[in-house]
Design a protein around this ligand. Structure first.
Ligand code: SF4
Ligand code: SF4
Length: 147
């Protein structure tokens, strides 16, 4: 069993992914490639492809429910890292559940994380020193992505 996000990708093809414009401004330390974004409201930009009726992020390389990867993973907007997968940190995630339901995928349960032990560490999936985080950080902010 591996990290459930690697066989999902539903949230990257269900929500509008908006963030402060400075995250796509290299001069201010922003990492998101500007050409993969477009303006939204006054202080926001959005990942291309996610502001449409059937959202799908331009950076998503996935067959939803089969395989998934973010092609800009180390550079992705902070909102992407802030969305937890359900039960990844011991609680359900409304956004994860909503996205998976939209694609007819079963909701994650605590059993989906049974592989996630120190002995089975995926060794820095997101390039950081956080073990077994699947690229996500523990939720510290309110849900940042609008439906
Ligand atoms: S957070 Fe949930 S919806 Fe998003 S890729 Fe992971 S399992 Fe799928
Ligand atoms: S930038 Fe990456 S993690 Fe964020 S929505 Fe797009 S594909 Fe998903």
């Amino acid at each position: 069993m591996s990290h459930p996000c690697l066989t999902c990708g539903a949230c990257c093809a269900h929500f509008r992914v908006s963030f402060h414009w400075s995250e796509a401004e290299p001069a201010l330390g922003g990492t998101v490639p500007p050409d993969l974004t477009e303006p939204l409201r006054r202080h926001e930009r959005v990942m291309k492809g996610t502001s449409q009726r059937a959202p799908r992020c331009i950076a998503l390389d996935a067959e939803i429910g089969v395989r998934s990867r973010c092609s800009i993973h180390p550079l992705r907007p902070s909102v992407c890292a802030a969305v937890p997968a359900s039960w990844e940190f011991g609680a359900p995630s409304q956004q994860c559940d909503k996205a998976r339901l939209a694609y007819g995928l079963p909701l994650l349960t605590p059993a989906d994380w049974s592989w996630d032990t120190p002995a089975n560490d995926d060794d820095n999936f997101d390039g950081s020193d956080n073990p077994n985080d699947g690229g996500h950080a523990p939720p510290a902010l309110p849900p940042p992505i609008a439906a």
